[in-house]
Design a protein around this ligand. Structure first.
Ligand code: GTP
Ligand code: MG
Length: 560
């Protein structure tokens, strides 16, 4: 879609590699399934970082002749791929085949002269295309970087023919596109150019939902300033004889060093970073960070340093997401459902976070009668010598090679899993039990927080400590309502009748679960305090029966 067709001859002349021009990451089973073809987290990361280093971001006039533009740029070398997108104006991402092409391009690029203002002479790979010739009439096709509005999503899902298709379709519509991922790595690369003024060997690595496979278009860009590979850190001093070391400034603690580094880099981003606006240094937070908006990409960015565990968590989530195609589908559906009902929020507070919600889905998939996902302890047992990793005293070792991970033969459908997810958490003994994906089973709670999800890499920490009782009750209430709805024929089969005016079907299945008020959709009379109570007596009795059933099967009333 975003690589508009133009004649092949011309493409060859420009050296544009159309084979690499795959657009959306479709999650067709056969594409995700080939076990041996899957790349490790670090292989993907390395490839993407390298591609980003050969790329440039160019602001273009809305009417830009695509052919002329490409011809102009390809004077500096062959282009591997490119795409246009809109974000407060039109931009193009252009990836050259060779890094040298960029050097040639930048050498021929001017620093603008502006009357009555001065420019910061910092040269970045964010450029502007000027056209002093005849005005072009055509505009290239632009790629959207945002998700479809919820109402359109509900409509599109309603027109699917099964809940399984609805879940897959939601994932396809929401997941990051190939281009959006490229843009995320490019923004990290542009930022690295700034940080490299002080730390030439540093890396800026995206983490969180940009890379863990669960990112939705529009999610924030979490970045990690990685200084660990700076040469000299691991140089061993000879036991005897002469040696040299760098003279360095000292800081009182690791935290103080991180704060100083982020403070300086934050200042540079603020003063010199083109397109970086609203820079805030949040250095007193548990994890100090610099927050800003990167206007050309439209990304809300969080830059942290010394945050290795979060990087490892991202790798773990990526691994789990790649193990079985149902994992990502279920996480996308649950995240979308939670957002639609304000269970999660973009504002920090007592809400459940997307990260916690993802861990809850993983845990649920470990707890199936035939587990879909292995425990973290099992992944640790499968690790090879190169996978060994200890961070701040915590063992974060787990296997990275997919071929070493045996999977069980679970054939449950997405519809069954979604239904069971809601039942599982609608009846989970949150008051007594904590969620632990390392062990793959619930454990007795050792602290008082309403929701206890043990940090996979430090069991003493609770990743959902922020969640209060009210929010947990809302989550449980909505799980119960949703479980109930998915059991009603009225909601779990497509409506045969279409609405006369639009020929669209009334919301059903997953689409009905996303409607603002589940109880209203279910035709249940809405009560003032609906949020805190199950919506109807019918749901209450359903849950009682679920609870009784689970008490009988597990003996502890925790379900699953
Ligand atoms: P989005 O909501 O799409 O941004 O999801 P996200 O996974 O990127 O979450 P967020 O931006 O809040 O955090 C980024 C990453 O930091 C997560 O993916 C985790 O790896 C890590 N993280 C976030 N919150 C916690 C937490 O409470 N504890 C721990 N250990 N890690 C966390
Ligand atoms: Mg994030």
């Amino acid at each position: 879609k975003c690589f508009p067709k133009f004649d092949n001859c011309f493409q060859r002349k420009l050296g544009i590699n159309t084979a690499a021009s795959r657009t959306d990451r479709l999650i067709k089973k056969d594409e995700v399934e080939p076990k041996n073809g899957r790349k490790t987290f670090y292989t993907v990361e390395e490839e993407r970082i390298e591609q980003a280093q050969r790329s440039v971001l160019i602001s273009c006039p809305a009417k830009t002749n695509e052919k002329k533009f490409l011809k102009y740029l390809s004077r500096h070398g062959d282009i591997n791929k490119y795409f246009f997108y809109e974000s407060y104006g039109m931009y193009a991402v252009v990836e050259f085949v060779h890094k040298e092409s960029l050097t040639s391009l930048l050498n021929g690029t001017a620093i603008p002269c502006i009357n009555h203002e001065a420019t910061m002479p910092f040269k970045s790979r964010l450029l502007s295309l000027r056209n002093t010739g005849s005005v072009d009439q055509s505009a290239p096709q632009c790629q959207s970087q945002t998700t479809i509005p919820i109402n359109d999503l509900i409509q599109r899902l309603s027109n699917e023919n099964s809940i399984d298709h609805q879940i897959t379709s939601l994932t396809e519509m929401y997941q990051l596109t190939e281009e959006n991922v490229c843009l995320r790595y490019l923004v990290c690369s542009l930022l690295k150019d700034i940080a490299a003024a002080y730390f030439p060997e540093c890396k800026i690595r995206p983490f969180g939902s940009s890379v863990n496979g669960f990112g939705k278009l529009g999610c924030d860009l979490d970045m990690f300033l990685d200084l660990d590979d700076i040469s000299g850190r691991n140089v061993k001093k000879p036991k005897a004889g002469l040696s040299l070391e760098y003279q360095t400034k000292r800081a009182a603690s690791e935290r103080a060093a991180t704060q100083s580094i982020l403070s300086v880099i934050g200042e540079c981003v603020d003063q010199f970073g083109p397109g970086c606006v609203g820079v805030q240094k949040i250095l007193q937070a548990r994890c100090p960070l610099v927050r800003f908006a990167h206007q050309p990409s439209g990304f809300q960015c969080d830059l942290t340093a010394n945050n290795r565990v979060a990087m490892k968590s991202s790798e773990l989530l990526y691994l789990y997401g790649e193990l079985d195609h149902r994992v990502r589908c279920l996480v996308f559906s649950v995240r979308c459902w939670a957002r639609a009902h304000s269970i999660t929020s973009s504002i920090p507070g007592a809400w459940i976070t997307n990260f916690s919600l993802t861990v809850m889905v993983l845990f649920f998939l470990q707890r199936r009668t035939v587990p879909i996902l292995p425990t973290l302890d099992h992944l640790k047992d499968l690790a090879g010598p190169l996978d060994k990793c200890v961070i701040e005293g915590n063992d974060c070792t787990f296997v990275s090679d997919f071929t070493k991970i045996p999977l069980r033969d679970n054939t449950e459908t997405l519809e069954q899993l979604l239904q069971e997810f809601f039942e599982f958490y609608g009846t989970f003994a949150f008051s007594r039990m904590s969620i632990n994906i390392r062990k793959g089973r619930e454990q007795s709670k050792s602290e008082v927080s309403p929701l206890n999800i043990q940090n996979p890499f430090d069991a003493a920490l609770n990743v959902s400590k922020n969640v209060n009782g009210t929010q947990l009750e809302r989550f449980v209430g909505l799980c119960r309502e949703s479980a109930w709805m998915l059991q009603q024929r009225e909601f779990n089969v497509p409506h045969s009748q279409t609405r006369a005016a639009t020929r669209d079907r009334a919301p059903w299945g997953l689409a009905a679960l996303l409607l603002p008020s589940v109880s209203q959709a279910a035709g249940v009379k809405v009560r003032k305090n609906r949020k805190r109570e199950p919506a109807s007596e019918r749901i209450k009795s359903l849950l009682e029966s679920l609870k009784n059933r689970d008490d009988k099967t597990t003996g502890n009333g925790t379900g699953g």
